[in-house]
Design a protein around this ligand. Structure first.
Ligand code: TRP
Length: 363
């Protein structure tokens, strides 16, 4: 059987360069590799609502933002099915049945949910839907029989939970569900790109993001204000690379050919780093280089975005067609799940026949 990808994002904001190196870039490569039989990318609006009950309008607005970000990065609806989670009711039927296979204490041990509960001050009042979203995420993944789930490290506990549900389901009922594997970003810098302030994570609430849809001017200003090495005061001072945001971004974005084009005095990133560490290389020069590298990445994305922005109704059509195609697949899986669970009374002729036989015998 061919390999199938499913992954997704919560529509709570525009996507930023952390999403790009952490996942989007890879998704487009996988899409174009031809190695996957099917690719599903989900805008997880229902999951976003689990901790945004007061903000339905925010979620609604960001569905289009995320869709535009996807399309502008090169996800191609003729190769990739882009769907909206809430439009596939089968996912919630699956979620309900999977709930029987998971204990409360297992959910309480999910490290991602644990830290999210802390971050949101939910300790005393966790919405049930939020607490159980790992189960609904298992439904997302298994409904499409995904073999491969490209995600960041923070999502590993969700894949773990999904695998447990798959094993449990398949051993209790029948081999219906596919056991998925996570596909992690290629290096440490891509795994968790820090914000421009050097803080651990790029996050809208910290105001430290570079968005895919930022203008060149906004990007340049953000790069110029980036956190570097506070001990590197004079150009001649030796500098540090570790924890230096500009170099972390270069680790994530820079390729050797960027040096030929924008900084031919150096052959590669290692040479640039070595010079910085020796002393004699100023932050501004490195930042300008990073700006050129980022612009080369972002400009084609912006250009494609402008094209899609010209026909917003068509973008909604893409989402509608994607959701319809996805629903067919999810409905097929649900029907197999119900067969395995023996809750297929009206479509199981064998059941009706054997029951009538039983009663005709007892007459
Ligand atoms: N939890 C993911 C996030 O916060 C979004 C998501 C929902 C997802 N369903 C998924 C990711 C299924 C991978 C597979 O980014």
């Amino acid at each position: 059987m061919g390999k199938i990808i499913l992954t997704g994002d919560r529509p709570t904001g525009r996507l930023h360069v952390g999403h790009y190196v952490g996942s989007l870039r890879r998704r487009v490569e996988l899409q174009n590799s031809g190695e996957y039989e099917k690719i599903f990318i989900m805008i997880a609006d229902a999951q976003a609502l689990t901790d945004n009950i007061e903000n339905p309008e925010k979620v609604r607005q960001n569905i289009l933002e995320v869709a535009l970000d996807y399309l502008s990065c090169g996800l191609d609806p003729s190769k990739t099915t882009i769907l909206i989670q809430s439009q596939i009711p089968e996912l919630y039927e699956l979620t309900a049945y999977y709930m029987d296979l998971v204990t409360v204490s297992r959910l309480q041990r999910n490290p991602t949910v644990k830290s999210e509960i802390q971050m949101r001050n939910f300790e005393a009042s966790i919405p049930v839907g939020f607490f159980t979203y790992p189960i609904s995420q298992a439904a997302d993944i298994t409904a499409f029989k995904a073999t491969t789930v490209p995600v960041g490290v923070d999502q590993l506990p969700m894949i773990e939970q999904t695998k447990e549900i798959v094993h449990k389901f398949n051993s209790v009922y029948a081999e219906v569900l596919v056991d998925p594997d996570a596909l992690l970003p290629e290096n440490q810098a891509c795994m968790r790109l820090p914000g421009i302030d050097g803080k651990a994570k790029m996050s809208k609430s910290l105001g430290n993001c570079i968005y895919l849809s930022d203008t060149p001017d906004e990007v340049r200003k953000k790069i110029m204000s980036m956190y570097t090495d506070p001990t590197h005061i004079q150009v001649s001072d030796p500098g540090h690379i570790e924890g230096n945001t500009v170099f972390t971004y270069l680790d994530a974005f820079c390729r050797p050919e960027h040096f030929e084009r924008y900084l031919p005095d150096y052959a590669n990133l290692d040479e640039l780093k070595a010079h910085y560490q020796r002393g004699g290389l100023g932050d501004v020069k490195v930042k300008r280089f990073l700006n050129s590298v980022l612009e080369e990445t972002l400009e084609p994305i912006r250009a494609r975005r402008r094209e899609f922005e010209k026909d917003i109704p068509e973008v909604y059509q893409i989402l509608k067609r994607g959701s319809e195609a996805a629903e067919e697949v999810a409905a097929q899986t649900l029907s197999e799940v119900k067969d395995a669970m023996k809750i297929n009374y009206f479509s199981d002729e064998e059941l009706i026949r054997s029951q009538s036989e039983k009663y005709s015998r007892s007459e």
